[in-house]
Design a protein around this ligand. Structure first.
Ligand SMILES: Nc1ncnc2c1ncn2[C@@H]1O[C@H](COP(=O)(O)OP(=O)(O)OP(=O)(O)O)[C@@H](O)[C@H]1O
Ligand SMILES: [Mg+2]
Length: 199
């Protein structure tokens, strides 16, 4: 099962989502491959710095070009689970990843400027591939948040989960995985898995 964590916009939570989803997937006793398709290598850096245990069962492959990405995906077995972290603003590479996806997770933040670029990504996802939003770093008590969720529901975009804004998540590789974050992403992982199975 190939999960692509996709967004064209930078800094929306792609890498955070990829790492936590990989941890959540691996906690279900599967071995998981985290494929870092971003030349910035932030997922790779995180994986290297991670505390013992946090990413147990997660292996890492750096694949920051179309060729390397195709190779990494081609090497997967039929029962493997892979989470692909993608770079911002690289439409071609993102397109290649999306073409191989069984399920797409789209991190976004609440705020007006996000929507058009998010829609551009939604249009790039092949028609038969399920896609769900993750609202990253959310302030769930705000009016903006509630309005955004209502607007997406109206447009028929599925929201698979909301991850609250947490200092412990913002610490990234400088801290152990946040328990709150892990629980939120575990639910998202379950939804993504279910959507991929029902495809
Ligand atoms: N739930 C959260 N609470 C607090 N901070 C968060 C949360 N999720 C993400 N962040 C922070 O938001 C910033 C951007 O997140 P991240 O690096 O995952 O985004 P990205 O989309 O991968 O960025 P890039 O486009 O540069 O690859 C980081 O500083 C990260 O720690
Ligand atoms: Mg990133």
């Amino acid at each position: 099962m190939i999960v692509v964590v996709a967004a064209l916009k930078g800094g929306v939570g792609k890498t955070t989502t990829s790492v936590y989803l990989a941890a959540a997937a691996a906690s279900g006793r599967r071995s998981v491959e985290l494929i870092d398709a971003d030349p910035q290598a932030s997922a790779a850096d995180w994986w290297e710095a991670a505390n013992d245990g946090d990413l147990a069962g997660v292996s890492l492959v750096e694949a920051p070009t179309e060729r390397l990405l195709a190779k990494a995906v081609g090497a997967l077995g039929p029962d493997d689970v892979a989470i692909i972290d993608t770079p911002p603003g690289q439409e071609r590479l993102l397109g290649k990843a999306l073409d191989r996806a069984d399920v797409v997770v789209l991190p976004t933040r609440v705020g007006g400027v996000e929507t058009p670029r998010m829609e551009a990504v939604l249009e790039m996802v092949p028609a038969d591939v399920p896609v769900g939003l993750v609202i990253a770093s959310a302030r769930t008590y705000t009016r903006d948040y509630q309005d955004a969720v209502a607007a997406w529901a109206e447009q028929g975009v599925r929201v698979w989960g909301t991850v609250p804004e947490r200092v412990s998540i913002a610490a990234g590789p400088r801290s152990s995985l946040s328990f709150d974050g892990f629980l939120a992403y575990r639910d998202i992982w379950r939804r993504a898995q279910r959507a991929a199975r029902n495809r």
